[in-house]
Design a protein around this ligand. Structure first.
Ligand code: ZN
Length: 456
């Protein structure tokens, strides 16, 4: 029996299914052939490995709909950086010095910390296409880690200034090779999307060309929009809608300064959104999380980490940041775009759905994952509610959102394969030593120094 096709029976857990029909109940989940074979009460299976779910909640794994995985070895460098500091130090400063091996190491470090904290799917926004070898290294990390990955092929971080803000360069042609030779199977664990710059980061002619390219290749599209004052001026969503290009195959990342009218256009066209709430509240220059404005427009957003150089890569932090900003709105202390009477609010249960099923919808994979539903692929996590930081766990959703952390994530299963068990992450721990070496090499190449006292 291959380990990919292990039979697993989780018994007596509190199932937070994120499936509208099933809701939440105490029961069992049977995983076989990589799929959720059965979900219900008192399941029996003589051949399955049994995991006792007593005192635990079982959920579909978290889905991070936007992370720049290549920066995994550069995590936690600048929690107080502005957008300009991030751009100048990472995208412009270090990105050009990345070798394929650095992309692989950073990507694997990002995947492993994701799995450890209960993320089972990551949409890797890969603007490190410095060469075909860089792209192949980023993809190789996802095969190695065991995570489910939607790999969004992006632009290079060499000549970063030439590729952004009014760029006249069209999307790198290597995406055709990746589509035709590397990620050809849309039913695989790692699949391909296109990370496009869109009208905010390239000329409109280039944006049109790139969208056509992605659609010709049968790829879904992600795009960063609504970034600070620049986004408010550009109004990318409106211009795409006016040109007949806005579609349900598109996910718009941030949308912080997109207008309310633009957000309603997302709903009308069935497009989706990714709110990087932690990053947006920590990093001055982008604008504020649009979670509540999106709800008002009729869009239930997904959530994302963005860059680990600034914020923690776990979804607990992302959910709490979204909630923290909402409470500023409620207090009347939010930014001007949110000082609108009657903005809808969300609660802990909503946040769990944003972090799971809405993430699957944003990635176009909700038929495969995102809820505990019979016949879907088995991507699930078990969170111990009987740990000291969560007991007595009066309300499961509120407990997870308010107090949860990676240490409470006991078991992580992706496509039926156990990647964390009994609180212990499986996989290549040595990658974190390699991450330190990679960081050192990159810092030397870029002429960056670190005070030796701050280094382990
Ligand atoms: Zn981003």
């Amino acid at each position: 029996m291959s380990r990919n096709h292990e039979r697993i029976l989780i018994r007596n857990a509190y199932l937070m299914t994120q499936d509208e029909q099933l809701g939440e109940f105490a029961g069992d989940v049977l995983v076989a052939d990589g799929m959720i074979q059965e979900i219900g009460g008192d399941l029996q299976d003589d051949h399955a490995r049994v995991i006792d779910g007593t005192g635990s909640a079982v959920l579909p794994g978290f889905i991070d709909t936007h992370r720049h995985n290549w920066q995994g070895a550069l995590r936690n460098l600048g929690p107080a950086w502005t957008y300009e500091e991030y751009r100048s130090r990472i995208q412009i400063g270090l990105g050009q010095y990345f070798e394929p091996q650095d992309v692989y190491i950073g990507g694997l470090a990002a995947d492993l910390m994701s799995i450890d904290s209960g993320v089972t799917t990551v949409r890797d926004e890969s603007h490190i296409s410095n060469s075909p070898e860089h792209t192949d290294a980023a993809i190789a990390a996802h095969w190695e880690s065991g995570i489910r990955a939607v790999f969004d092929h992006g632009w290079p971080s060499t000549e970063a200034e030439e590729w952004q803000f009014g760029s006249a360069r069209t999307h790198p042609d290597d995406i055709r090779r990746v589509r035709n030779e590397v990620l050809t199977d849309d039913a695989a664990r790692v699949t391909l999307n296109a990370m496009l710059r869109g009208p905010e980061l390239s000329t409109f002619e280039v944006a049109k060309h790139d969208i056509r390219l992605a659609r010709d290749l049968g790829l879904r599209i992600s795009m960063h929009v609504g970034l600070g004052e620049w986004g408010a001026r550009q109004q990318a969503i409106r211009r795409l809608a006016d040109a007949g290009l806005l579609g349900s195959d598109m996910t718009f990342i941030h949308c912080c300064t997109s207008t309310d009218e633009e957000l309603r256009m997302l709903a009308t066209h069935g497009a989706t959104a990714s709110v990087a709430s932690a990053l947006e509240v920590f990093m001055p220059g982008l604008g504020q999380p649009a979670t509540n404005r999106l709800l008002a427009a009729g869009v239930r957003p997904s959530l994302s980490v963005d860059t680990e150089t600034i914020v923690s890569g776990d979804m607990f932090s992302v959910m709490r940041a979204a909630l923290a900003y909402q409470q500023l709105i409620v207090a009347g202390a939010a930014g001007p775009m949110d000082r609108v009477p009657g903005l809808p609010t969300f609660d802990a249960a909503d946040l769990l759905s944003f972090a799971t099923i809405e993430g699957a919808r944003a990635c176009g994979i909700d038929h495969r994952t995102g809820s505990l539903t019979r016949g879907k692929e088995a991507d699930l996590i078990m969170i111990r509610l009987d740990h000291p930081n969560l007991l007595p766990a009066t309300d499961a959703a509120a407990s997870i959102v308010a107090g949860g952390h990676a240490g409470n994530v006991d078991t992580v299963v992706v496509a039926g394969r156990i990647l964390k068990e009994g609180g212990v992450l499986k996989g290549r721990e040595a990658i974190f030593e390699e991450a330190a070496s990679s960081r050192d090499r990159l810092f030397r190449a870029a002429g960056f120094g670190l005070p030796s006292a701050s280094r382990p």
